[in-house]
Design a protein around this ligand. Structure first.
Ligand SMILES: N[C@@H](CCC(=O)N[C@@H](CS)C(=O)NCC(=O)O)C(=O)O
Length: 230
């Protein structure tokens, strides 16, 4: 495998529609203020085939990161590895007392916010629409998703904190915030009775690092150097 100096993250964007889960890691890299490379790939061609020329040998999914000679998959794992590696710049891991809670949120973003998972096969199909996404992937899950939104609402209301962890912004927010942001963007969740989630999302979206991560939607296929020098 190619020895990488800067973290290299593969990403796909369907402009105006969706960012892959790599968004979570790119947002974190922007918050950390470190340099990195984003390699834009395209839908409709297996990710593995597109990542192989860069030295990826195992991973078939996004995000995949090449860093320090290793190939790392899973957005939660990548966020944790990056947060640990660059903890001297700023900690996004919460306090030691919050460790268990932080790990639970990171896993929760994928295991309980299951709604993004059935969405992808529909979204990745060329020409798919929000209507199709709603009918085929979202409607069967609507009540489950509603319960998950209530879970965030209750947590933020009871905690009274700006972010999921009391100590401040953490990788828990990159993981769960991306999912909530995507669903809200597609109009798939009803936040009319979730004022705390609404304010939370607004707080995340106002962050400069979040906005910079969103600009990946203007990138052409191939490698782009970003981060501190961008
Ligand atoms: N649990 C994984 C999920 C990764 C995943 O399913 N990524 C999607 C894009 S966001 C993907 O690569 N789909 C194509 C495929 O499953 O082959 C993570 O959080 O990284």
């Amino acid at each position: 495998m190619q020895n990488t100096v800067l973290p290299k993250i593969f990403h796909v964007v369907i402009p105006g529609f969706a960012h892959s889960r790599s968004f979570r890691c790119i947002w974190l890299l922007e918050e950390l203020g470190v340099e990195y490379e984003v390699i834009m790939v395209q839908t409709g061609v297996p990710f593995r085939e597109q990542m192989a020329p860069y030295g990826v040998t195992r991973s078939t999914k996004l995000p995949t990161m090449l860093f320090q000679g290793r190939e790392i998959g899973e957005s939660g794992v990548i966020c944790q590895v990056l947060a640990e590696e660059f903890a001297d710049q700023r900690s996004f891991l919460g306090t030691s007392d919050e460790r268990l809670e932080m790990l639970e949120w990171v896993a929760f973003a994928e295991s309980c916010i299951t709604f993004l998972i059935p969405c992808w096969p529909v979204m990745l199909r060329p020409g798919s629409t929000v209507e199709e996404l709603t009918k085929k992937a979202f409607n069967p899950m609507r009540r489950v998703i509603g319960r998950n939104v209530e879970h965030f609402e209750a947590h933020l209301g009871a905690r009274g904190s700006e972010f999921l962890l009391e100590s401040g912004l953490s990788i828990a927010d990159m993981m769960c915030g991306y999912s909530l942001h995507s669903l809200d963007n597609w109009g798939l969740i009803d936040l009319s009775e979730a004022p705390h989630v609404t304010a939370y999302l607004e707080r995340l979206r106002q962050r400069e690092a979040f906005k910079r991560a969103l600009t990946c939607d203007a990138l052409e296929l191939g490698t782009h150097r970003r981060g501190a020098s961008f």
